[in-house]
Design a protein around this ligand. Structure first.
Ligand code: IPE
Ligand code: IPE
Ligand code: MG
Length: 249
């Protein structure tokens, strides 16, 4: 049964998959293409795998698209990437979001160009009633920033006398993160060969299964995605509370 993807997915599919889509630049170098062509191919792949995830019944898909640290890259690169984002949000979004996908963008919106922000806000409004899948785009996203702004907002509530310090618990913190209302990722996939988190969902990944794959993002295809889900399905999650193999002792 383990090799039968359909069967596994019916029985043990992750509710929430998060992906660090890394390796577009190296793909472009390898293919002797422009860097932006690497990102264009990466964006095409994100679209294809979003469709696949929808088809497989995955309820939440989070895609790490642009980090808070990515603003530190050369201005020309940032501008080209924003241009690409504009294109995908405006031209391509309508068909993938129609009826089925609810879009949510997480990250520091204050740093985004005004026109991109307004397209995002309008797409979020238009798709708010879609229930089949939630697509979460992490854009200008940094997990430490997210936690800092949560702390600031909680502190403001305490200062205003709306919350007592003793009432601050994990649930309170969670409620102030960008991801409020979204279950924690069951599976994190990082493509591109590096084995690090790069400031992504530090709080939310506490008990996620981690999968690092060497393939560069534009090469990570539907078959590889299904294989990743099979890998997830074969794992035993214990959340620290079970003795696992030692239960009988
Ligand atoms: C990942 O691609 C996507 C973004 C950071 C926008 P990179 O640009 O980091 O690609 P590599 O890691 O250099 O190959
Ligand atoms: C992580 O990739 C961010 C995204 C994929 C958007 P980076 O390429 O920015 O991460 P580092 O610099 O290798 O840690
Ligand atoms: Mg990278």
């Amino acid at each position: 049964m383990k090799n039968d993807a359909t069967n596994l997915l019916l029985n043990d599919s992750p509710t929430h998959v998060a992906i660090i889509m890394d390796g577009n630049g190296r793909w472009a170098t390898r293919e002797k293409k422009s860097v932006i062509e690497g990102h264009r191919r990466g964006a095409e792949n994100a679209k294809a795998l979003t469709r696949k995830a929808l088809q497989l019944g995955i309820r939440y898909l989070t895609l790490y698209t642009f980090s808070s640290e990515n603003w530190l890259r050369p201005a020309g690169w940032v501008e080209q990437l924003m241009q690409l984002l504009r294109y995908y949000l405006q031209q391509e979004a309508s068909d993938i979001f129609k009826d089925k996908i609810c879009l949510r963008v997480i990250g520091d919106r204050t740093r985004l160009p005004a026109d991109i922000l307004s397209v995002i806000e309008s797409l979020e409004q238009q798709t708010a009633g879609n229930t089949q899948m939630t697509l979460i785009i992490a854009l200008s996203y940094g997990s430490r920033d997210e936690i800092v702004q949560a702390v600031q907002r909680i502190t403001q509530a305490v200062t205003a006398g709306q919350l007592s310090p003793e009432a601050i618990d994990a649930e309170q913190v969670q409620a102030h993160l960008y991801t409020t209302g979204i279950p924690d990722p069951d599976l994190l996939i990082r493509t591109g060969g590096d084995r690090r988190i790069s400031n992504f969902l530090l709080w939310q990944l506490a008990y996620s299964e981690l999968l690092f794959v060497d393939k560069l993002w534009p090469d990570f295809n539907e078959t590889n995605f299904v294989e990743a889900l099979q890998d997830y399905a074969s794992r035993e999650r214990r959340f620290g509370a079970s003795f696992g193999a030692y239960n009988e002792r």
